[in-house]
Design a protein around this ligand. Structure first.
Ligand code: MLT
Length: 396
């Protein structure tokens, strides 16, 4: 028996697990201190009332033989009709037409962004922006793929553009970006779509944060860009949009037009999912279907506004302190420069010790993240305000 030795090339633990264990160890050693966690992007607002009501109704359905549900419909990967219709409706409002067999229901963007790699040969070269959500890198290391990096820096506004000299088969784009909060405009995304179509590459487009876009000029789906349906798979999640980080539901769009080597990728994905995935629970899907109704959108937007107000509070604190940052406007993340020339982990330790605030070290997202630090706006308003007071006291 041989293990997958690619795992030995990974860092010791997943970034958010490392941060989480440091938080837990510190809190255990100092039980008298109230440590505030603004690290992992985990939501704190309860689910919207219409989601809760839909879930209650779904639970009641399961209590009666006439309405009981077992395995989901259509080989488990396509989802219930009402959920598919609501996702189609949400895309139609962005001017994007989708058909049933292009929408796949998942338990979240992270799982699908990893699982999709089953469709691609290990020989493909992967292009990943740096810094970026560590899942893209870690999952490709596990598969033994060659990774090349596109530098996202202050100079290019953390939005790298395609380089004709670089040849890549799989391209990750996260917009609005985790961790920097930078978001591509139509011109930037079109350049990537054109590059992918020219090179026969596939873009894996992580749109988990699209609901945070306030600027109407910015695209919320890659399919708003002409040519994207022949080169891009889009991953969306209810986690940050509707507070489903614990409930678990997302959706992945694999357009019918997207083929490689004459094979439609939607067909491969359906085959993969119906074999390896049991679908998302009925109760969860009914709750998710309520999100894109009129009431759902209104209620969900109230929660988003709550987080935006946290982001504004953090941003104004950094403004007062004269600290450089990006994000926080079309994104729930604030990407700040570590004061005093500290490295990301030095700042992490210092902030934890001196202010009892936990964030995420930028270097955990890639080498270009060194010297940066990420704060999330997903905390409670009270904790965010308290963290800002402590930041001012420490750095003012
Ligand atoms: C993050 O903090 O970057 C995210 O919450 C992690 C995730 O969505 O898996």
């Amino acid at each position: 028996m041989k293990i997958n030795r690619n795992f030995l090339d990974l860092k010791e633990s997943y970034l958010f697990a490392t941060v989480g264990s440091k938080f837990t160890a510190y809190q255990k050693a100092h039980p008298e201190k109230k440590v505030i966690k603004l690290s992992i992007g985990d939501v704190t607002r309860p689910l919207a009332p219409c989601v809760i009501q839909a879930m209650h109704r779904a639970v009641e359905d399961l209590a009666h033989a006439e309405t009981f549900k077992g395995y989901g419909p259509d080989a488990t990967c396509y989802g219930y009709e009402s959920l598919i219709r609501s996702i189609e409706g949400s895309y139609a409002r962005k001017g994007v037409t989708l058909t049933d067999r292009e929408i796949f229901i998942s338990d979240g963007a992270k799982s699908d962004l990893s699982n999709i790699l089953d469709l691609f040969s290990a020989e493909n070269v992967v292009l990943v922006p740096d810094p970026v959500y560590p899942v893209y890198v870690d999952t490709n290391i596990m598969a033994g793929r060659k990774i090349v990096y596109a530098d996202a820096t202050e100079e290019n506004g953390f939005l790298p553009m395609p380089d004709e000299g670089v040849s890549a088969d799989i391209i990750y784009i996260c917009s609005p970006n985790n961790p920097t909060g930078a978001a591509y405009d139509r011109v930037g995304l079109k350049a990537w779509v054109d590059y992918a179509n020219r090179h026969g590459a596939v873009i894996l487009y992580d749109a988990a944060y699209e609901y945070f876009i306030c600027d109407p000029a910015l695209p919320r789906s890659i399919y708003e860009i002409e040519g994207a349906k022949t080169c891009a798979i889009e991953f969306c999640s209810y986690s940050k949009t509707a507070g489903f980080t614990g409930v678990r539901c997302g959706y992945t769009i694999v357009p019918a037009e997207l083929e490689r080597e004459g094979v439609p990728l939607a067909k491969l994905w359906a085959r993969r999912q119906s074999t390896k995935f049991n679908g998302v629970s009925y109760v969860t899907q009914m709750g998710a279907a309520a999100v894109f109704t009129e009431d759902g959108e209104r209620e969900v937007r109230q929660n988003l506004e709550y987080y935006r107000s946290n982001a504004r509070r953090i941003a104004s604190t950094l403004d007062e302190l004269g600290i450089y940052y990006t994000g926080g406007k079309n994104s729930p993340y604030i990407w700040m420069k570590c004061p005093g020339g500290r490295t990301s982990w030095e700042f992490f330790d210092w902030l934890l010790e001196e202010a009892n605030v936990v964030g995420t070290p930028g270097s955990g997202f890639g080498k270009n993240g060194e010297g940066f630090f990420r704060l999330t706006a997903f905390g409670s308003a009270e904790n965010t305000a308290e963290a800002c007071r402590r930041l001012k006291k420490l750095l003012g």
